[in-house]
Design a binder for this molecule. Structure first.
Ligand SMILES: Nc1ncnc2c1ncn2[C@@H]1O[C@H](COP(=O)(O)OP(=O)(O)OP(=O)(O)O)[C@@H](O)[C@H]1O
Ligand SMILES: [Mg+2]
Ligand SMILES: [Zn+2]
Length: 279
């Protein structure tokens, strides 16, 4: 498809393809399922909104969309404006679009290549996102078609890779990192999730896995560790209640780690702004 692109290499500002009003897109991904991508994406979005940013959240997990539930928005029925634009749901200061809002969540869906590309395109371009400082994208597990489609449709300013501390998960981080490199998306860093355990009885934190797995990764591959989020049953409960932990218990240990992550992401977004305005 390369030969269809007649733009000279130095004349393609990536902003061209961002949806109108959206300043930047940041992806949350992982090489593996179940490591906490959606939990991190939703709390990052809520934390950034609480820090005063205008935030959108795109659930790119079209096979297993669970962000509506996590934000308590599962009963929202999207309206379509006269101009054909879909109104996103809004909760906890975050605008959300998800396949879970459009389809019966019980019905299994199989999206084949071109159809999937069309869906991703609609999710990004045909949703009335309005003015956004950042659109966070929760990617599906693995390194498949959705990732490729998105990267072809919009420029992504950066990616956050989520992992658990087990060694096997680290191999999966490398897979995700390799994918983002191939798609030309800068990797901002790694989030280690569920490394420590917060006791629900006494709220004390203890190590479960050998310490510093993410730090080893940082040293070996030059991927900075942006946050270490402990395993806390409150995180899971908050997700199920539609009240993300950063909204429900902002003072808890995992929420503090997530707010720290949000401030780093906000910092990177700020840098992008200065770069742009500086020419
Ligand atoms: N720090 C944490 N403490 C406790 N539970 C957590 C934590 N992070 C995630 N979980 C729980 O682990 C489960 C998986 O998390 P989540 O759905 O965010 O992962 P995922 O990577 O998005 O999964 P999938 O690959 O299926 O999309 C959920 O039940 C979630 O509540
Ligand atoms: Mg998920
Ligand atoms: Zn205890």
């Amino acid at each position: 498809m390369k030969h269809h692109n007649h733009r000279p290499d130095n004349a393609s500002p990536p902003e061209r393809n961002l949806p109108e009003g959206v300043r930047a897109i940041v992806a949350v991904g992982a090489g593996k399922g179940g490591v906490g991508k959606s939990t991190v994406a939703v709390n990052l979005a809520v934390a950034l909104a609480r820090e005063g940013l205008k935030v959108g959240l795109l659930d790119a997990d079209i096979y297993g969309p669970n962000l509506p539930q996590m934000l308590g928005l599962q009963n929202y029925v999207p309206k379509v404006g006269a101009d054909g634009k879909i109104e996103p749901a809004e909760g906890h200061g975050v605008r959300l679009m998800s396949m879970g809002l459009l389809l019966d969540p019980e019905a299994p869906v199989i999206w084949r290549g071109p159809l999937l590309h069309g869906v991703m395109n609609q999710f990004v371009k045909d949703v009335r996102w309005g003015e956004l400082d950042v659109l966070i994208v929760d990617l599906p597990p693995g390194t498949g078609d959705v990732h490729l489609s998105l990267a072809q449709i919009v420029p992504m300013a950066g990616a956050v890779v989520v992992t658990t501390p087990q060694n096997i998960a680290l191999l999966d981080v490398m897979k995700a990192a390799a994918m983002f490199r191939k798609l030309d998306v800068p990797i901002w860093g790694v989030v280690e999730n569920m490394g420590d355990f917060v006791c629900p009885h006494c709220r004390k934190t203890s190590r479960v896995f050998s310490a510093g797995a993410a730090k080893k990764l940082a040293q070996k591959y030059g991927l900075p560790v942006l946050a270490e989020i402990p395993l806390d049953p409150a995180v899971c409960a908050a997700g199920e209640d539609g009240m993300p932990l950063c909204a429900a218990h902002p003072e808890s240990a995992p929420a503090k780690a997530l707010f720290a992550l949000a401030r780093q992401v906000a910092g990177r977004l700020e840098e992008l702004k200065t770069k742009k305005s500086g020419g």
